[in-house]
Design a protein around this ligand. Structure first.
Ligand code: AMP
Ligand code: GLY
Length: 420
């Protein structure tokens, strides 16, 4: 790594969640960096300036970056990527971290991603893609149960239904293809083989020429302890994944890079490889075109290298110069939610955050009259490091208890690692 710690940069971070606060927190380890968040949250306003522009207002984002002479923009969520924010910034000669619209389709369309995996011999579940109910029913005959039915497009984590019998599968197909529950996102549907195994998030930096896998992480998607309850945007994460052994995903990462190159995608950002470790070896469940949330909150506190330099090297296509350094600590990150999440919940409650040993990243918070107020389902993401998961758990849960707001809810089993 070339030593750039002494350099300051004006950086815009697009997004408003725990992931964006964590990215900002890491970048602010160089106190000279000037940070802007669009739109940000109650935590990001303490380390930078929140700008009132939404993540899908592409022209306004580019106008802001141009006017403020922003030197680097980091895209948090997928929506602006699939709307072409990177292409717009590139057209204006503005530096940005995140793939162009073509590469972002690896996340934006599951059918597109599956075709890509097939073409480049990347192991994934067997599947069929259909666009009408009758075809779907015919295709079901070729699948065993449980079967997985997925909406092709972005569905905020809600477009995947695991069906244990034909009637459930029929209902899911009807919902997506006839009742249009997912709108345009469900106009193509993937019918997929059900895989079993531990899930591992392998995020990689890539500039389209070089790919560098980060340390691994795993997220906890279900609302309740022991992986029960509804699917959520994530209730916590740990890093490293205790189920992953070094190098397991390297071949998949290299084949992915090969595919990006051969397709000619301008891909400069993070490619998130959602792996499942099956008895037949690692397979891909999904690609994301960005940092994972909440994995980033567990991962970045383990990164020793200068993130601004990695982002710059990626955007400037000189990632081969970078070597990433990680500490060998274990990270446990717990999401603190509003009661009722992922269903209905109330917001507007004042949050009391006393001094903590954990790092507190804000997600669904805002600031009113200098007070921090809940404004979303996932309110905070708090991360502790330890020499083992038990130590990290002890610290993070002591702090989770100390933080106060009306309706505070969290899982108690994040980082409880058994049988490894
Ligand atoms: P996806 O958005 O495709 O990653 O799916 C979300 C979640 O659904 C994954 O993290 C898995 O827990 C589950 N899932 C998706 N596809 C499959 C599959 N083929 N077999 C088993 N579980 C799956
Ligand atoms: N944690 C999964 C995701 O970021 O999509």
């Amino acid at each position: 790594m070339t030593g750039r710690d002494d350099q300051k940069m004006k950086i815009l971070i697009i997004g408003s969640g725990g992931r964006e606060h964590a990215i900002g927190w890491k970048l602010k380890q160089n106190p000279d960096n000037l940070l802007y968040f669009a739109p940000g949250n109650g935590g990001t306003s303490q380390i930078g300036e929140n700008i009132n522009i939404k993540v899908d207002e592409i022209t306004k984002l580019a106008d802001f970056a141009e006017k403020q002479e922003i030197e680097m923009t980091v895209v948090g969520p997928e929506l602006p990527l699939t709307l072409g924010v990177t292409d717009e910034f590139n057209r204006r000669g503005l530096r940005i971290f995140g793939p162009g619209i073509e590469g972002a389709r690896l996340e934006g369309s599951k059918a597109f991603a599956k075709k890509f995996m097939q073409k480049y011999d990347i192991p994934t579940a067997n599947y069929d893609a259909v666009t009408c109910f009758v075809d779907g029913m015919n295709m079901l005959a070729h699948h065993r149960y449980p079967v997985v039915i997925k909406a092709d497009g972005l569905a905020a984590g809600k477009g995947v239904i695991i069906c244990t019998n034909k009637w459930e599968a029929e209902a899911a197909l009807k919902d997506m293809l006839e009742a249009n529950t997912f709108g345009e996102a469900g106009s193509t549907v993937i019918i997929e083989e059900f895989l079993t195994g531990k899930e591992v998030s392998l995020m990689c930096f890539t500039d389209g020429e070089t790919i560098i896998p980060m340390e691994t992480a795993s997220d906890y998607k279900r609302a309740l302890d022991k992986d029960r309850g509804a699917n959520t945007g994530g209730m916590g994460s740990i890093s490293p994944s205790p189920y992953y052994s070094d190098g397991l995903g390297n071949e998949i990462a290299q084949k992915t890079l090969q595919g990006l190159k051969q397709e000619g995608f301008d891909y400069r950002g993070v490619i998130y490889i959602g792996l499942i470790l099956t008895p037949d070896g690692p397979k891909i469940l999904e690609y994301n075109a960005r940092f994972g949330d909440p994995e980033t909150e567990a991962l970045l506190p383990r990164l020793e290298s200068d993130l601004a330099e990695i982002l710059s090297a990626t955007a400037d296509k000189r990632l081969s110069e970078c070597k990433l350094h990680w500490n060998d600590k274990k990270a446990v990150s717990v999401i603190i939610t509003s009661e009722g999440y992922p269903g209905t919940y109330e917001t507007g409650y004042e949050i009391d955050i006393p001094e903590t040993k954990s790092t507190v990243f804000h997600a669904g918070t805002t600031t009113e009259n200098e007070k921090t107020i809940t404004s979303g389902g996932r309110v905070l993401s708090i991360t502790a490091l330890g020499t083992d998961f038990e130590e990290a758990r002890r610290v993070v849960y002591e702090d989770a208890e100390k933080i106060r707001f009306e309706g505070k809810t969290y899982r108690t089993d994040i980082g409880l690692v058994q049988g490894v």
